[in-house]
Ligand binder design. Sequence first.
Ligand code: AMP
Ligand code: GLY
Length: 429
Amino acid sequence: MNILVVGGGGREHAIIWKLAQSPRAKKIYCAPGNGGIAHLAECVDIGATDIDSILSFAKNAHVDLVVIGPDDPLALGLADACEAAGIRAFGPVKAAARLEWSKSYAKDLMRKYGIPTAGYQVFENAADAIAAIASADARTPFVVKTDGLALGKGVVVTEDRAEAEAAVRSIMLDKIYGDSGARIVLEEYLTGPEMTVLAFTDGHTIKPMPCSQDHKRAFDGDQGPNTGGMGAFAPSPIYTEAVARECWERIYAPTLGMMRAEGIRYRGILYFGLMLTEGGVKVIEYNARFGDPETQVVLPLLKSDLLEIIDAVIDERLDSVEPEWESGFAACVIAASGGYPGPYKTGYEVSIARSLDPDICPTDGGVMVFHAGTREEGGRLVTSGGRVLGVTALGGNLGDALERAYGGILHVSFNEMRYRKDIGGYRQA
Ligand code: AMP
Ligand code: GLY
């Protein structure tokens, strides 16, 4: 089978690493890919949002399956375009991916179907939003969300009214996220630990993967600005059997019911961003894709052939497969460019010790390096993004996995590299 994976981050590297293990994967292409993916797949120089070029490449290269990694191509209807061209696509069609690309749509559905989530109001003009902020309790923080996609930066948790008002102005009036901010969601502020549950679904059956936890803030102790994610681990110890049961009863099954009742044909990955609040588990967001870096810890735990599961999802017979998972743990530490998520320099040479095979076969210690922001330049590997590498390790318990991942990160380097030292609550001995 010829496969084209769309995207070029650590998530796509992990997906390709897993797909490459399938005996049925013949040729794997990646658009656009990165310096690490190039060891496993043929990278083609097409951007992930260039729908027309992706489609013509897929036709010319006799691609049998397109696996869509990021949110933008889903929102642009890449899955619909593939289907129309008779090419199998893994990822929801545009109307289904709306659960991610319109936060107000997702919130309205959750309210309609009684799925637990933060209270909210939707605004289509800045004056109304500012008036609502002025009349709210000044002591509670405000959560201002851009309705549409905003490179993962469209959520502002503010301390006071002035900050909330400033966020509304910059999103709605200064249009810092363009048309994505024509509408905003003002949300009740919730507290509690956050968890990610990625699930395979074909619209009839839903199969959650092991629960993971991501670290979104840039600095240790959950300080600093939000990033795409600085590290992750799975399975999460806070996702107890009781929590899982609650999620099934109040979130997963009702979400499946909601999609069926609304006539949403959802086939792909459904990402549940969850918060364990005092009032129970609540949905912070739905995404229509694998999370990053969560995928870098979840897929290494998958024992089954990912391609078999993908086929079952597309053919709407997910009930016929039972994904098997390793009993151990996985941890991932992201090596980022200095300055990220703000401005940072690129083009620095990346060095990865030979013991951490750049072909990312797990080595003796079970350490692998997924590339996020690297590219090959004149035979050298250089940095090309904010998140550069994800060093992932497996272990019999969480402590072992973390120990190995932190051992591994000592063997990768580039100028101005930085990483969090407290992923999974890790404390160096
Ligand atoms: P989202 O993109 O919706 O996942 O939001 C990004 C991050 O903002 C989440 O991971 C939370 O840490 C935070 N956040 C979002 N919504 C809320 C909320 N209602 N209350 C508190 N924090 C929130
Ligand atoms: N790690 C968060 C996300 O993928 O949305």
